[in-house]
Design a protein around this ligand. Structure first.
Ligand SMILES: *Cc1c(COP(=O)(O)O)cnc(C)c1O
Length: 364
């Protein structure tokens, strides 16, 4: 491959080319420090500057209020499935869960080991092809918190609205749509995300937590699993994923160049509309998900009659054209194109063009 592909992977995923080029230009000697960010003490002045600026930029871009802490952790979004109930569960107050797919199933698996819970709404009966309808009466006013995922990476559905959970904190897994649109942070008790979809490289986990919620945890929790440890030490209790934080900082600067979240949101809407329109207009392709519930980040689609051999052929030929990673997740089947922030409009246009061509050659 002599040039870069259009990478439609679900994560780790494509990054803005300008971010990679900037990192490349600074790789050996970061801003006259004489060394790479990778080689730098996490307690050095230079790295402190990177960390502070990354946090400040994120706070400004997302509108994160002062009473929330921004934490740069490790262990992936998956460790949060355990840390959340360990820190936030209050005795005799079961956790409410909105079950929308594979990632909430994983969260439920971990909840099972730590705290009682209630599945208050589930899309399972419909094969997770729609987000269940959420009305305020579903929620227990005495719950410790409500767990949900805003975007379902594998099935390709996404919430357009967030439930009103009253005084009960809403905890949201935004791994696959964080920074893809504007959200009101104050609606949430906790927002968390693995970095490898919309924020940067893998190995970094972002947690945005209302500080009072971190006071719930028992002091007996292992230090690394207690949010208070990381709040108190501003993510420097131990060595944080320094290079990942640096790249995330560059991604935030790139977001500013795109016109902030409003600009990013408009771009994401344009990309998703292009692809869904191509799917809708064609009798050859279809999207199995309910209209109004379809993800703008992960577009799941199938070919006519769900012919698996033809889908395999589609993936193979697309790859030959530099359109990579279009195979659906093994648990959902079919095809999936991930259109995270860094996916370009050119990439989506190239995919649509290929789809038309493939259809022409394979239509019966
Ligand atoms: C990718 C993903 C995860 C898992 O993230 P890790 O960082 O690999 O643990 C969790 N939730 C959602 C919604 C995801 O898309």
């Amino acid at each position: 491959m002599s040039q870069r592909i259009f990478n439609f992977a679900a994560g780790p995923a494509t990054l803005p080319l300008s971010v990679l080029e900037k990192a490349q230009s600074e790789l050996l000697n970061y801003q006259d420090s004489g060394m790479s960010v990778m080689e730098m003490s996490h307690r050095s002045k230079v790295f402190e500057g990177i960390l502070n600026r990354t946090e400040a930029d994120l706070r400004r871009i997302m509108g994160i209020p002062e009473n929330y802490a921004v934490l740069f952790l490790q262990g992936g979004a998956s460790l949060q499935f355990s840390m959340l109930p360990m820190n936030l569960y209050l005795k005799d107050k079961p956790v409410d869960v909105i079950h929308t797919g594979v990632w909430t199933a994983k969260a439920i698996e971990e909840l099972q080991k730590v705290a009682p819970y209630t599945i208050v709404a589930s899309g399972e009966a419909e094969g997770f092809r729609a987000i269940p309808k959420l009305t305020p009466d579903l929620f227990n006013p005495n719950a410790s918190y409500v767990h949900m995922a805003s975007n379902n990476t594998i099935y390709g559905t996404q919430s357009t609205q967030f439930p009103d959970t009253g005084a009960v904190p809403l905890v949201c897994d935004m791994s696959s749509d964080i920074l893809s649109r504007r959200v009101d942070v104050e609606k949430f008790g906790v927002i968390f995300a693995g970095a490898q979809k919309n924020l940067g490289p893998s190995g970094l986990t972002l947690v945005i937590i209302r500080k009072d919620l971190a006071e719930r945890a028992s002091a007996d929790l292992p230090a690394m699993l207690n949010y208070r440890t990381h709040i108190k030490n501003i993510s420097l209790y131990n060595t944080p994923p320094t290079f990942g934080i640096y790249i995330m900082g560059l991604v935030l600067q790139w977001i500013d160049e795109q016109g902030g979240l409003a600009g990013i949101e408009a771009r994401n809407e344009e990309k998703a509309a292009l692809l869904y329109q191509a799917i809708e207009e064609s009798p050859f392709y279809h999207c199995p998900n309910a209209i109004g519930h379809r993800s703008k980040m992960n577009v799941v689609f199938r070919v006519h009659g769900n012919q698996e051999d033809l889908e395999a052929q589609f993936v193979k030929e697309a790859t030959q054209r530099g359109l990579n990673e279009l195979k659906g997740h093994r648990s959902a089947g079919g095809l999936r194109a991930s259109l995270y922030n860094a996916q370009s409009i050119e990439g989506v246009k190239a995919l649509v063009e290929f789809m038309k061509d493939f259809e022409k050659r394979n239509r019966v």
